[in-house]
Design a protein around this ligand. Structure first.
Ligand SMILES: C[S@@+](CC[C@H](N)C(=O)[O-])C[C@H]1O[C@@H](n2cnc3c(N)ncnc32)[C@H](O)[C@@H]1O
Length: 273
């Protein structure tokens, strides 16, 4: 299962080189990039960088915080939090190519001393008990069947009282998900939980849920904006298409239907260990 998930996200290419190529073609100087320049490709979740900034605001972060990003992808959320709060962020991700690209992108924007990425599985974290002050996970659990183990591991590595921000895609009440979607081309690697199941899972792992926020309507508008830019031939210089390939336009159409028809929801939980 883990190998199939990693294969979904990676085609063995050097992702950082592909991203640099797209940016250069758009006239960007790689030596002068900002985290915002990278946000259209490295914030790989609905509502992008804005959603990461919102999540960060709820986690009481400061320059002394050590944050774990579970399923860190290309490292956009980790860099955004490190830059905004001056904190240290460790990212862990199943897909080796994403971890490699995350390290390279961090050097481009001068944040390599504040973020670190390593390959690993969210259900078996290679960290000591109570090691982190806070943790985030953004659009990851829909690839993980063993969510009980994932959340138990997040709880274990957080210090007592530490905050855990979970922003994920959930099963809605409008029927089955239409595929392909950005996290799966077909159902075998997709494991979306219902909102009821999420409450049970997070509490079962020992978390207190402090707040719950549904952002599905804003997520739909975000995808509509993306689709409009693609239709007008004015997409950002670099997008998720760099690694999702030519399926990306169909995924974008399906995500709009999935959100519009309430087949999926996007929900943020702020939890306390
Ligand atoms: C949609 S991307 C989100 C990446 C990142 N959180 C972001 O928002 O930019 C999902 C990520 O989850 C990772 N992933 C999936 N299953 C995982 C697992 N069991 N352990 C760690 N990472 C996993 C994938 O490799 C991928 O990078």
């Amino acid at each position: 299962m883990a190998e199939e998930v990693a294969r979904h996200y990676s085609d063995g290419r050097n992702l950082a080189a592909a991203i640099a190529d797209s940016l250069r073609k758009a006239g960007k100087d790689i030596g002068k990039l900002t985290t915002a320049d990278l946000g259209t490709v490295d914030e790989f979740h609905i509502r992008g960088r804005k959603a990461t900034l919102e999540l960060g605001q709820s986690l009481s972060l400061n320059a002394g915080s050590h944050v774990l990003d579970i399923g860190s992808g290309l490292g956009g959320p980790a860099r955004t939090l490190a830059e905004t709060y001056g904190c240290q962020v460790t990212g862990i991700d199943l897909t080796q190519e994403f971890c490699d690209a995350a390290a390279t992108l961090s050097t481009w924007v001068g944040l390599a001393d504040r973020v670190a990425f390593q390959q690993g599985d969210a259900t078996n974290l290679p960290f000591a008990d109570g090691q982190f002050d806070a943790a985030v996970t953004i659009h990851v659990a829909m690839n993980i069947a063993a969510k009980d183990r994932m959340y138990a591991e997040a709880r274990r590595v957080l210090r007592p009282g530490g905050l855990f921000g979970v922003y994920d895609v959930l099963q809605g009440d409008g029927g089955d998900v239409r595929y392909p979607v950005p996290w799966a081309r077909e159902p075998s690697i997709s494991h979306v939980a219902t909102p009821d199941a999420m409450v049970t899972l997070l509490r079962g792992a020992g978390f207190k849920i402090l707040s719950t926020q549904d952002s599905s309507e804003e997520g739909l508008r975000w995808f509509e904006g993306m689709a409009a830019m693609m239709a007008q031939g004015t997409p950002p210089p670099v997008t998720f298409r760099t690694f999702l390939g030519d399926d990306f336009p169909e995924m974008t159409r399906n995500m709009q239907s999935n959100l519009r028809e309430h087949r999926i929801r996007t929900v943020t939980y702020i939890c306390q260990a």
